[in-house]
Design a protein around this ligand. Structure first.
Ligand code: GTP
Ligand code: MG
Length: 195
């Protein structure tokens, strides 16, 4: 996909800040530090657009990006980050729940899993929760550059097995380091946005 335009339109901390309009959108979900913001930068070919960090918990608001004047990407705060206080976590839980449950523009979720490891309990919980809300999920196993090629198919199978991924939810490898998987990711995301 050719990206003519990509801009952050709002970092929303509360539901009333979610942008209106009819544009379809995809949300990025995954553990803290898994590479959600890096994924956005790589697929949009915009290096510093989404802020990334080696320190987990960098993204703390729902960040809405408007792409080519046609659709939104939403960078969601990562889950499983222990240093956030219980009170903060609960407040966040409410905003996230409002978002995933009610957002009509939301066409699907890109769930990122670390390709190196077995999905965590949090990953499984998140996937189950998204499926409970009947959202289509594209499962991206990222940081593929850290896994030897000979082990790729084994790791993909493990992710499918542990998540008990539904047949219609694709599981694919990706790397923000090498941009491996970018074309397929766009193909799958376009399907989600426009079907
Ligand atoms: P939060 O905002 O805290 O939820 O994190 P995030 O999921 O947005 O992760 P982010 O994109 O900030 O990346 C976290 C770290 O992983 C950074 O140091 C990135 O450079 C690194 N990283 C992300 N994607 C890849 C990848 O595909 N390969 C490698 N080797 N490193 C990656
Ligand atoms: Mg982030």
């Amino acid at each position: 996909m050719k990206i003519a335009n990509a801009e952050l339109i709002i970092s929303a901390a509360k539901e009333h800040q979610f942008p209106g309009g009819v544009f379809p959108e995809l949300a990025l979900s995954g553990r803290s530090n898994v590479g959600k913001s890096s994924f956005i930068n790589t697929v949009l070919s915009r290096k510093g657009l989404a802020r990334t960090s080696q320190r987990p918990g960098k993204t703390q608001t729902l960040n809405f990006y408007f792409i080519n004047d046609r659709f939104h990407f939403v960078d969601v705060p990562g889950y499983g980050y222990a240093k956030v206080s219980k009170k903060e976590r609960e407040a966040w839980g409410r905003v996230m729940e409002a978002y995933f449950q009610k957002r009509e523009q939301l066409k699907g979720v890109v769930q990122l899993i670390d390709a190196r490891h077995k999905p965590t309990e949090d990953d499984v919980m998140m996937y189950d929760w998204l499926k409970f809300h009947q959202l289509p999920v594209l499962i991206i196993a990222t940081k593929a550059d850290k896994v030897p090629k000979g082990k790729w198919s084994k790791h993909i199978q493990q992710i499918k097995d542990v998540l008990q991924a539904e047949e219609e939810d694709p599981v694919m490898l990706f790397s923000s380091e090498t941009a491996y998987g970018k074309d397929r990711a766009w193909k799958e995301m376009t399907k989600l946005l426009y079907s």
